[in-house]
Design a protein around this ligand. Structure first.
Ligand code: SF4
Length: 303
């Protein structure tokens, strides 16, 4: 019979836990809408929707009056608060304190340098274009910040002008360091002596998980990574698991295990170690469901 275990370091980070706790408290008292998916995990969104949470988009926000709207851990640009004030909407602000601090740093940097001359500076955000957190960060600079996801996109930067670099909280430390190095190299190549100021603003709740999740992945024969398809943190941590253990599979729900017949037969081998882990947006109850599902194969095949 396979030995199935859940990674003790996987699951909600404190920012996501805080947002979900706020939503649950508000839902016990009355109606609540959330601007965008409260967490990048479809299963957890469905659970909260069953409790009454309504997920809305920006178009809905512009038509609401005097409602209560939760802003999720990713944070929002200043324009969202402005719309809410115009519509008499009560905000339940669940922006993660780590993201809030990053927004403040970017806004302070922008305000301090926006009028610098003769070379106007550029604020660069290492992040995923269009990601909710990145939209909130760009908003601190009146959408003037340049968003770069990879070294291939460096052409967006003018290397003769000063560069202030920040990172989306869930990006990888290695990726950020490589990007900063590449920018410094290109500035030196251009012969200019402008400032390149790098601010590593990656959340350590995510970065510190990498070594631990890789250790967990190596200690198992097979790894089942549970994460939402839209979660960038899930993608990052899954890739780290895969690097540590090539026998890692990505699923978003226990039902996806049904078609994994190879995994089913492996699960019935005695002493096969199967590890279940997930992202900062993966609920504990979902990893437990996955574990129970795998263990149920053992039971069925024993009968
Ligand atoms: S990953 Fe970090 S920054 Fe993002 S919500 Fe969690 S604690 Fe906050």
């Amino acid at each position: 019979m396979a030995i199935v275990s859940i990674d003790q370091n996987s699951g909600f980070c404190f920012g996501v836990t805080r947002a979900i706790t706020k939503a649950e408290q508000e839902l016990r008292a009355g109606e609540l809408s959330c601007l965008g998916d409260i967490v990048h995990n479809g299963q957890e969104c469905a659970r909260l929707e069953q409790m009454g949470l309504q997920t809305i988009d920006y178009d809905d926000l512009r038509t609401l009056h005097h409602a209560k709207v939760l802003l999720r851990a990713h944070g929002e640009p200043p324009s969202t608060y402005w719309i809410a004030r115009q519509r008499g909407i009560e905000i339940v602000d669940a922006t993660c304190p780590v993201v809030k601090k990053l927004q403040d740093r970017i806004r302070t940097c922008y305000e301090a340098h926006k009028n610098d001359s003769p070379l106007p500076p550029q604020i660069v955000i290492y992040g995923k274009p269009g990601h909710a957190e990145v939209v909130g960060l760009q908003g601190q600079t009146h959408d003037t910040a340049i968003v770069i996801e990879s070294i291939e996109q460096l052409g967006k930067i003018d290397f003769r002008r000063p560069v202030y670099i920040f990172s989306q909280t869930t990006k990888s430390v290695e990726g950020f360091q490589a990007l900063v190095e590449a920018i410094r190299h290109r500035v030196a190549q251009s012969g200019s002596a402008v400032a390149v100021e790098a601010h590593d603003t990656i959340c350590r709740n995510v970065a510190n998980r990498v070594a631990k999740i890789q250790e967990f992945a190596r200690s198992n024969d097979i790894v089942v990574f549970v994460g939402g398809a839209k979660s960038s943190n899930a993608r990052v941590l899954y890739n780290h698991c895969l690097e540590a253990n090539p026998r890692t599979v990505f699923i978003s729900s226990p039902e996806e295990l049904e078609k994994m017949t190879d995994l089913q037969s492996e699960a019935c081998h005695p002493r096969t170690r199967i590890g279940v882990c997930g992202a900062t947006s993966t609920p504990q109850w979902l990893m437990e469901k996955v574990k129970n599902k795998i263990e149920s194969w053992n039971t069925v095949l024993k009968q």
